[in-house]
Write a protein that binds this ligand. Structure first.
Ligand code: BG6
Length: 511
């Protein structure tokens, strides 16, 4: 990704945000655009048109977003840069179902394009509820807003959730492709905006020492944890229909799996990388539902204590049914049936209201043979463990065994650590900067192709089927602030493994 040849100018364009009054716009998109401006990565010929139902003038839209920036900016707000962006922010009130919105939008685009010289380039960002994805695209098409005249672009950015199973994802793809070419569609997975996620490929393929041991001969198992302390917050309406499996696995966690497990692509070009990711997804075993159920554990949090504060059970959260059987935790075992990974279990777990906020990939290597230590006080050798810390700490650590000083032979595990912040300083970002900029440049490497999204859903399909057929467990089955239901431990214990405690990189060099 880093060595890719990029055009040296920042493309002129108009970014149209559908759902401009929503959370994503104020929390991520506007702060990200502001950071891009500060990094000199926006063209002067750039403008934003926010579309939403609420009535508002440009001035009010700007004023509101400026206030939101006090809360969500990741950088100190500097008047000159903000004013630069603010004067490029426009607002159009309209219903997404109403044809008139699109004729008004067309006029607004023409006018602003003329003022700003955006050269006919546009990006439509669908920060809306998912039921609007297909209708908005259809109406954009009908208004001739998706056509790309010579040398111009018209692209659509789509947020998750992209469908809720294989069939709905396929249907959405078909609906989009009635209007758009695949190269106009940018399906976002915000995990790919994270520096440490992008670093996985650089780490694996930009260094000579890891790739030769990155396979079933040396690796015993892989664990991927995405643990959150937060509960469902104000998203009960959405989450009741999603649950942890749909919300996190086919998208974010499978991104981490594919980047960890893929073969080296022949270049950083979008299709080269995405081909390799797709191959991993297709190689993941899809067992029959009863076996899938045995390899999966679902949980739902009860009340508990987090950071010393009592927190309610999932069933007592706003907009959640009092008898809800929705999962807020899932742990599962995947097997990848290819030459590199056959028989190496990939254990995945994610959940809300867990003991810590930690996302990491932990790779456990096979132990050294014991023979040499038979007649010593040592009774067990340490497995080497490499951890890619994704968040909140960003870094890499490697555990190995070392001799504890003294006359008696004793081994102790030690950790060698690399901390991003120590080496590169604190780069504050929303995670959307790179994604927005890549979309302007037409680089889809960090976006999902249609087949990848469908293949991701196919991986969880047997689990969805098994859960739909079985009665749900007796929820709640884990306490808020714990590490999930005990069955998650049993899942690994059955293979002679256990969940590694998530670690924090110690910022030792920082002070
Ligand atoms: C979102 C999910 O896609 O990712 C949320 O819908 C989840 O439920 C979030 O909290 C996690 O993202 P991050 O970047 O905070 O790890």
């Amino acid at each position: 990704m880093t060595n890719q040849v990029k055009p040296d100018t920042n493309p002129s364009c108009i970014l149209v945000i559908f759902g401009a009054a929503g959370d994503l716009t104020k929390r991520k998109l506007i702060p990200a655009l502001y950071n891009l401006k500060k990094a000199k990565l926006l063209s002067d010929n750039f403008a934003v048109i926010g579309v939403a139902r609420a009535e508002m003038h440009d001035e009010e839209f700007r004023k509101r977003l400026r206030e939101d920036m006090n809360q969500f900016a990741t950088e100190e707000i500097e008047t000159e840069s903000w004013n630069w962006l603010a004067e490029r922010l426009h607002y159009l009130s309209g219903d997404f179902d109403d044809d008139q919105t699109y004729s008004a939008l067309k006029k607004a685009i023409e006018k602003i394009d003329h003022e700003r010289n955006a050269q006919g380039n546009r990006i439509f960002y669908l920060a809306t509820a998912p039921q609007y994805f297909a209708p908005v695209v259809e109406k954009l098409g009908a208004a001739n807003l998706t056509e790309e005249a010579d040398g111009q672009f018209s692209r659509i950015v789509i947020e998750k959730p992209f469908g809720s199973d294989v069939d709905s994802a396929r249907q959405l793809n078909q609906e989009l492709m009635r209007v758009l070419g695949e190269d106009q569609i940018y399906r976002i997975d915000h995990y790919l905006g994270k520096e440490t996620v992008q670093n996985i490929m650089v780490f694996r393929f930009g260094n000579g020492i890891f790739e030769p041991i990155w396979n079933r001969r040396y690796i015993e198992s892989v664990q991927i944890t995405a643990a959150e302390k937060v509960g469902v917050e104000q998203r009960g309406n959405y989450y009741e229909r999603a649950g942890a499996l749909r919300d996190m696995v086919p998208n974010h966690l499978l991104q981490l799996v594919t980047l960890t497990a893929m073969e080296p692509p022949i270049s950083f070009k979008a299709n080269a990388v995405r081909d390799e990711q797709a191959k991993v997804l297709h190689a993941i075993q899809c067992p029959p539902p009863d076996e899938a159920a045995r390899r999966t554990v679902r949980g739902q949090y009860g009340g508990g204590v987090i950071d010393g504060q009592p927190v309610p059970a999932y069933r007592s959260e706003p907009n959640v049914a009092p008898e809800s059987s929705v999962d807020t935790f899932v742990a599962l075992k995947l097997l990848i049936d290819n030459w590199r990974w056959a028989d190496v279990p990939f254990y995945l777990r994610t959940g809300k209201r867990l003991g810590a906020r930690d996302t990491e990939i932990s790779i456990t290597f096979k132990r050294a043979p014991f023979m040499l230590f038979r007649d010593t006080p040592v009774d067990q050798l340490t497995s080497n463990r490499l951890v890619l810390h994704i968040q909140p700490d960003e870094g890499v650590s490697l555990r190995f065994g070392a001799k504890v000083p003294g006359p008696i032979l004793k081994l102790g595990p030690v950790d060698m650590e690399f901390d991003y912040e120590d080496y590169f300083g604190n780069v504050s970002a929303t995670g959307y900067e790179r994604l927005l900029h890549d979309c302007m440049l037409g680089d889809a490497t960090l976006f999902q192709r249609a087949d990848q999204v469908e293949a991701g859903w196919a991986v969880v399909a047997p689990i969805q089927k098994a859960w739909a057929e079985a009665s749900p467990p007796d929820f709640p089955n884990y306490e808020a602030g714990s590490w999930g239901p005990k069955e998650a431990d049993e899942l690994l214990a059955a293979d002679g493994h256990k969940w590694e405690e998530t670690q924090h990189v110690s910022h030792s060099h920082r002070h």
